[in-house]
Design a protein around this ligand. Sequence first.
Ligand code: 21W
Length: 217
Amino acid sequence: MKIFFISLFPEMFAPVLETSMLFKAKEKGLVEFEYISLRDFGLGPRKQVDDTPYGGGDGMLLKPEPLVSAIEQAKEKAKNPHVILMTPRGERYSQHKAKKLAACNNDLIFVCARYEGYDERVVEYVDEQISIGDYVLTGGELPAMVIADSVIRLIPGVLGGETSAEIESFSDGETLEYPQYTRPEEFRDKKVPKVLLSGNHGQIAKWRKENSEKSKN
Ligand code: 21W
């Protein structure tokens, strides 16, 4: 899977995506990233990408021409491109959606807006619009990385055979999230629950179930 990020701040991505499990996924050849600078598609000698809103109002909007040119270039480079516009007005993101994106075998193109938004006419050039939740951020870059992270960990081989993400990735069941402990047995007067040291697997399973929060996975 190849993932493209279109943004005015393409330098935001590498520090996050080229670290930890995400970097390992890239090293194993399971995923590839390309960062596309919206500025490269700006208009005129000043490479203009934004302008004031028709009808008045605060702030600047991303102009349609640079955004659409960047999307078209990414689409040409991608196999089976699926274009996702990151917007606070989009459909709310979920684990269910992560599974669909991981399974779909498309290259993903994330379009990240900045300023106060974008010209509505770009919407015709995207396949879907996604929001990661009801709070206001300064841009779509962090949301795009949130989605990329949640999708990449579901790609078979990324987390390695011993983890459950791979096995669970196409089921929609609820998994159990229970409190976990490691050494030392006592930390600042707080002891690890005795049952976990007992070696009694039946009792341990019962304790974990009783102390679980259900989590969608
Ligand atoms: C924030 C863009 C506010 C636009 C009409 C009139 C992408 C995001 C973003 C941003 C506005 C996501 C307006 C959760 C988010 C994102 C930057 C406001 C003002 N519209 N998920 N005036 N939260 N945020 N538009 O902020 O681009 S996904």
